[in-house]
Ligand binder design. Structure first.
Ligand code: FAD
Length: 414
């Protein structure tokens, strides 16, 4: 058959689409990316984890990120700080159980995503911006896509499709793969601020996660960038917010309720309107089909609390590329054993920690003052994104280990 436009069509040029397309192009395939928007464009998801730099390295993109970090005001990041009712604690990602890089960046996604997409294009990936996938038909030997460009509609065929459409969830919607997440629906209110923070207690090299003093299921992120601005957000179940007031009032009322954050942000000025997102946790019945696979958020999205989204998205791209390569070469391609199952292993570990954050077991662990160095390093590795390192007992037996640890911490409350 020679009427294919490309061997692989990738829907979306976010992190998972950029990396997957670059990896497949490197393997010699003709890859076309269809991106509905024009870059640079805003996206949420601004704090990276060190593990993701290893996935980027497979396409040489880690170097691209390091080289452009200063010019694009990427903020060096070496850990996470936590605050709850006057208690401060922090996790240093450079002191961790798993081998590998311990530092990364906090990035404005408009710049970061454009950088990765441009790096993929420099490898020969053909990216069409402003081209939105509207419909898809599974065929015997590939996929037929209907694409809109402005008012125009056109069709193209490819042997394989990677859905990297993020919250667009193109294939889950069009192929009826959506499955409700096991996590409850939560909402986030967020904006960028000129933070004006001068307090020396604030470490710009770390994301600051604060817990609401009365409602431990409400938490805040403060993600500083290198240009004096920061991303600020609050997350909670919808009943904690008042939809009859503005997004601005919702965000700032919650900030006011957390004295440490309110104090840090006393001189902050919003630089863009407060946005809100809700019900973002999502799952699918299968991560792959005969001629397609789902990457990043188009597959499963958990929760923003541990900044795992981009890392999981990049891991999915890293895992899928060799399997798609085998499939296109007509070899036995094991999407279950080499893509879906291993991806879900790390996602499952993060999910255990997310659930334990909201039921407060993991908060008890994080704020426990006398944690052993060994345990701290194992936890640090997971929060640094090394959730696929099964040498780490807290990866291998997340639920059991975390439960026992939380009980120990509770015996001597912090
Ligand atoms: P995306 O980055 O979403 O890219 C998808 C692309 O597909 C978009 O450019 C879109 O325009 C395009 N697209 C969509 N539909 C179509 C279509 N029909 N045709 C063509 N193109 C299409 N993650 C972190 O790592 N760190 C964080 O700090 C963090 N904070 C978060 C906070 C909140 C409140 C939320 C909700 C998420 C957060 N995340 C975070 C998660 C992060 O945003 C995502 O996991 C990540 O962006 C997923 O990348 P992706 O490549 O799957 O998709």
């Amino acid at each position: 058959n020679n009427d294919y436009t490309a061997d692989v069509v990738v829907i979306g040029a976010g992190p998972s689409g950029a990396l997957a397309s670059a990896l497949l192009q490197q393997l010699g395939w003709q890859v076309k990316v269809l991106e509905g928007q024009h870059f640079p464009r805003f996206s949420i998801g601004e704090s990276l984890l060190p593990q993701c730099m290893h996935f980027l390295a497979e396409a040489g993109m880690d170097k691209v990120v390091d080289e452009h970090a200063e010019a694009l005001a990427f903020q060096f990041k070496n850990g996470a700080a936590f605050h709850y009712r006057g208690i401060d604690t922090e996790i240093d990602f450079t002191d961790k159980f798993s081998p590998g890089r311990g530092t990364t960046y906090q990035i404005k996604r408009a710049n970061f995503d454009k950088l990765l997409a441009d790096a993929a294009a420099a490898k020969g990936v053909d990216i069409s911006y402003g081209h939105r996938v509207q419909a898809i038909v599974e065929q015997e030997d590939g996929m037929l896509l209907t694409v809109s460009q402005g008012e125009e509609l056109y069709q193209l065929r490819s042997r394989f499709v990677l859905d990297a459409s993020g919250f667009g969830r193109v294939l889950p919607r069009l192929l009826d793969l959506d499955k409700p997440s096991s996590l409850p629906s939560r909402s986030a209110y967020f904006c960028h601020v000129k933070d004006g923070i001068t307090a020396s207690r604030f470490d710009r090299n770390k994301i600051l996660i604060s817990v609401h003093p009365e409602h431990r299921d409400i938490w805040y992120w403060l993600i500083p960038f290198a240009d004096g601005t920061a991303s600020l957000g609050v997350v909670g179940e919808p009943h904690h917010f008042d939809t009859s007031i503005s997004n601005e009032d919702n965000l700032w009322a919650k900030v006011k309720a957390e004295p440490n954050l309110a104090d840090l942000l006393a001189d902050a000025q919003a630089v863009n309107p407060v946005q809100t997102l809700g019900g973002y946790s999502a799952d699918v019945s299968s991560l792959y089909g005969k001629h397609y696979a789902l990457l990043g958020n188009a597959g499963e999205f958990l929760d923003p609390v541990f900044s795992s989204g981009v890392t999981i998205a990049l891991k999915s791209a890293s895992l899928v590329a060799p399997v798609v390569d085998a499939h296109l070469r007509g070899e036995q391609a094991d999407f279950e054993g080499e893509f879906s199952t291993p991806l879900k292993r790390g996602v499952g570990c993060f999910k255990t920690f997310v659930n334990a954050w909201y039921d407060t077991r993991f908060q008890d662990v994080i704020f426990y003052p006398d944690q052993s160095d060994e345990v701290r390093r194992m936890i640090s590795a997971i929060l640094a994104g090394y959730a696929w390192d099964t040498n780490n007992p807290y990866v291998l037996q997340s639920e059991r280990r975390l439960d026992v640890l939380a009980q120990l911490c509770l015996m001597e409350p912090c």
